[in-house]
Design a protein around this ligand. Structure first.
Ligand code: NAG
Ligand code: NAG
Ligand code: NAG
Ligand code: NAG
Length: 460
């Protein structure tokens, strides 16, 4: 609300000098035009006629006096009139030039004024954020630790950084600055001491846009009686020891509880993902020719060994990465810890987990990954505009010829052809395989669909 009022104010401020200048310009024009007209009227070729028509008496006088003049004086008179005319013409020209240059000047001033206004608006908004949250110029409730964590830091003298700046600013998500109370709470700890157990709070803060979170100077609590992980490759398919994590934020206090959750009514994110001997065991091993693609069938679409590194977006308990690892493909699995310790579980299996949401730009350079996979996560709950940015980002990180396996994308029948097919085409993926099918249980009644697709980033 405050910023809206600011904008209105700024607009008024911007409009005012503009109108004022215009008004002044109009007045100036009027004055000049009046003068020009005066000069023209009294020196122009029909000045005598005009005078003649205004009063008949002068006209008669004029005509009567004519024969009394001799030709020499007449010539002289004419000559002087001619000279006057020339002079007045040059005056007109001069005035016109002045008018033109004044016009240019006013235009230049207006341009400068408006750009200054824009510039001022921009910097003042930036400054107020910066003041409030980083410099602490304003009396805000920020602690020193927050300012240290997210403020700018001067580089040592003589050190010339490649960034072209002599200071370093730690990146934090925009939401960190928008929610000051949460930021202060997140940064409230004893420096060098133990961090509060605030996983749930921190993750909510991330989902509000504070991603990445600021770094902290505290130690996360270690689990009591921690034991070394199960050696690889056994680690891929065994339930990790309960003592490998802190259970505090979760309703379950053991991995057995998480495995059993598949039998508990109610919604949990990736409900049956923790049971490695259950459904996870057979995922992606069989290709049913429809929505379920097999990993081996997908890998065969490319020359042997050319799919080496990739990403699984929202990869649950990491089974996709495990199956790929068995095929010598290294997959990074992104996951949030919604409803369960997914990141810890993936890591316990000896796989790489990354705690990022689907909102964030993928932390990979362009044209680097051989494959990107995503199951269930990318679906119609993501607003269209955001999804398009996500798809472009996936396209960006894939190398030419890289594969995008969009696995079980959920949507309504009407959205399939109206929204998602054109969007994927727009981003520029090539379809290697495409399967759409109605959702089995209640899908038929509600026109709910899934589609699976194997897409390729074009080679050129
Ligand atoms: C008009 O005046 C100019 C200089 O004032 C002079 O050179 C010119 O000869 C004059 N012409 C006539 C017709 O008097
Ligand atoms: C004034 O500007 C107009 C067009 O902007 C141009 O046609 C005209 O020649 C200019 N006059 C002078 C005296 O510079
Ligand atoms: C994976 O790599 C190892 C060592 O290079 C090799 O012995 C093994 O056969 C490979 N496995 C597959 C499935 O390609
Ligand atoms: C989408 O379009 C394809 C081809 O035009 C058509 O075969 C299919 O039935 C459509 N799907 C839905 C769900 O409308």
């Amino acid at each position: 609300m405050g910023s809206g009022a600011d904008e209105d104010y700024a607009k008024k401020q911007a409009n005012h000098p503009h109108n004022n200048s215009k008004f002044k310009l109009k007045i100036l024009l009027l004055v000049i035009l009046t003068n020009l007209l005066t000069i023209y009227v009294f020196t122009g070729p029909f000045s005598s006629n005009l005078v003649g028509y205004t009063t008949t008496t002068t006209s008669i006088d004029h005509h009567l006096s004519l024969p009394l003049w001799n030709s020499a004086t007449m010539l002289n008179e004419l000559n002087s009139t001619k000279m006057e005319l020339v002079a007045s013409h040059s005056i007109i020209l001069e005035l016109q030039q002045q008018l033109n240059s004044t016009n240019l000047l006013v235009q230049a001033m207006l341009i400068e004024l408006t750009t200054r206004q824009h510039h001022h608006q921009g910097t003042s908004r930036k400054l107020s954020l910066f003041d409030k949250f980083i410099r602490g110029d304003l009396s805000s409730g920020l602690t020193d630790e927050v300012r240290l964590a997210i403020g700018s830091h001067k580089l040592p003298l003589g050190y010339s950084p490649r960034s072209g700046s002599d200071e370093v600013i730690t990146p934090v998500g925009a939401g960190c600055l928008k929610f000051q109370d949460e930021l202060v709470q997140y940064m409230a700890y004893e420096v060098g001491g133990e961090c509060p157990i605030d996983d749930v709070f921190a993750q909510r803060f991330m989902l509000k846009g504070c991603e990445p979170l600021p770094r902290r100077r505290c130690h996360p609590k270690s689990p009591v009686n921690y034991i070394e992980p199960t050696p690889f490759p056994e680690s891929l398919w065994v339930k990790p020891p309960d003592a490998s994590i802190i259970w505090d934020p979760y309703t379950c206090k053991s991995y057995d509880c998480l495995v059993d959750r598949k039998n508990v009514p109610g919604f949990f994110d990736c409900k049956d993902c923790f049971d490695l001997q259950g459904r996870e065991k057979s995922r992606w091993l069989f290709d049913n020719g429809r929505l379920d693609y097999g990993i081996d069938q997908v890998l065969k679409m490319k020359p042997g060994g050319t799919i080496r590194i990739g990403l699984d977006i929202g990869g649950g308990s990491g089974t996709f990465a495990a199956r790929m690892r068995e095929r010598n493909v290294t997959i990074v699995t992104t996951s949030m810890n919604l409803d369960g310790p997914f990141n810890s579980f993936i890591a316990s299996r000896g796989l790489i987990s990354m705690h990022v949401s689907v909102s964030q730009r993928l932390p990979f350079f362009e044209n680097t990954l051989d494959i990107v996979h995503s199951m269930h996560v990318l679906s119609n709950w993501i607003p269209d505009a955001m999804l398009e940015f996500t798809l472009y980002d996936i396209y960006r990180v894939l190398r030419p010829g890289g594969l995008f396996w969009l696995d079980h994308f959920f949507c309504l029948g009407s959205q399939l052809n109206e929204t998602y097919v054109p969007m994927l085409d727009r981003v520029g993926f090539k379809k290697l395989r495409w399967n759409a099918g109605m959702k089995l249980d209640r899908g038929i009644k509600k026109n709910e669909w899934y589609f699976s697709a194997l897409l390729e980033k074009p080679m050129t």
